[in-house]
Design a protein around this ligand. Structure first.
Ligand code: AP5
Length: 220
């Protein structure tokens, strides 16, 4: 069982690593962005409310996120652990998660920060392709699918996300610095923050995360 949060700027590899951990450890990869995009795609009441924020590269208001995540975290598959990707993203969200964990007498194993420089983020997001059906993530140069434009896992046609326009990427980076970076101090103060160089390759990053989780669990 593991319970971890992946933190990092847009394009740092949170989704890629969370999906690998889901496969290796059998705990769900819970991505707030994927949940929001599914709501937008299905045109739910939540989806209609959040779309304008996402299109502008701004954060969705905390209240909407907190309700959605409380619902997801209470599902049966999340009771034995999870990998959180994209949540929490503000101090208010981190406090809500902490309160929930306290009420359930649970702890996070670690908060893993993937550090990646801005130039690399722009390169990665420029070449990213995503499966709209199963959320698998590729890169046209460094992680291409076996058949161009087709998802290896489910055969759907890969797409570029709506928030991958250069102006929206710039906005998402600004929002990350202003609203999410403060979480590094928040989790550092709680002794949970572990930093990984996100430039060392996908397989090396996953090995480092596994080492961090093993050390955290051995220390309990
Ligand atoms: P969200 O979907 O969470 O996007 P994000 O955090 O901006 O992160 P990304 O999904 O863009 O990147 P990633 O770090 O997962 O990288 P990936 O693995 O894909 O959020 C989208 C929007 O939803 C927000 O703007 C906001 O509006 C809203 N939202 C979501 N959560 C919210 C919340 N909690 N509160 C409020 N609003 C919220 O990798 C990127 C690329 O790099 C891929 O092509 C991949 O193949 C490649 N790559 C990955 N790792 C490596 C590596 N080690 N080396 C080389 N290439 C790599």
């Amino acid at each position: 069982m593991i319970r971890i949060v992946l933190l990092g700027p847009p394009g740092s590899g949170k989704g890629t690593q969370a999906s690998a951990l889901e496969k290796r450890r059998g705990v769900p990869h819970i991505a707030s962005g994927d949940l929001l995009r599914a709501n937008v795609r299905d045109s739910t009441a939540l989806g209609r409310k959040v779309k304008p924020y996402m299109d502008r590269g701004e954060l969705v208001p905390d209240e909407l996120i907190l309700d959605m995540m409380a619902d997801r975290l209470s599902q049966p598959d999340a009771q034995q652990g999870y990998v959180l990707d994209g949540f929490p993203r503000t101090v208010k969200q981190a406090e809500a998660l902490e309160e929930r964990l306290r009420a359930l007498s649970q702890d996070l194993d670690a908060v893993v920060y993937l550090k990646v420089p801005e130039a690399e983020i722009l390169r990665r997001l420029g070449g990213r392709r995503t499966c709209p059906h199963c959320n698998a993530v590729y890169h046209v140069d460094t992680m291409p699918p076996k058949r161009e434009g087709i998802c290896d896992k489910c055969g759907a046609t890969l797409v570029q996300r709506d928030d991958e326009k250069p102006a929206v990427i710039r906005k998402r980076l600004e929002v990350y610095s202003a609203q999410t970076q403060p979480l590094l101090d928040y989790y550092q103060a709680r002794g949970l923050l572990r930093e990984i160089d996100g430039m060392i390759g996908v397989d090396n990053v996953i090995r480092e995360i596994e080492t961090i989780v093993a050390a955290a669990q051995a220390a309990v």
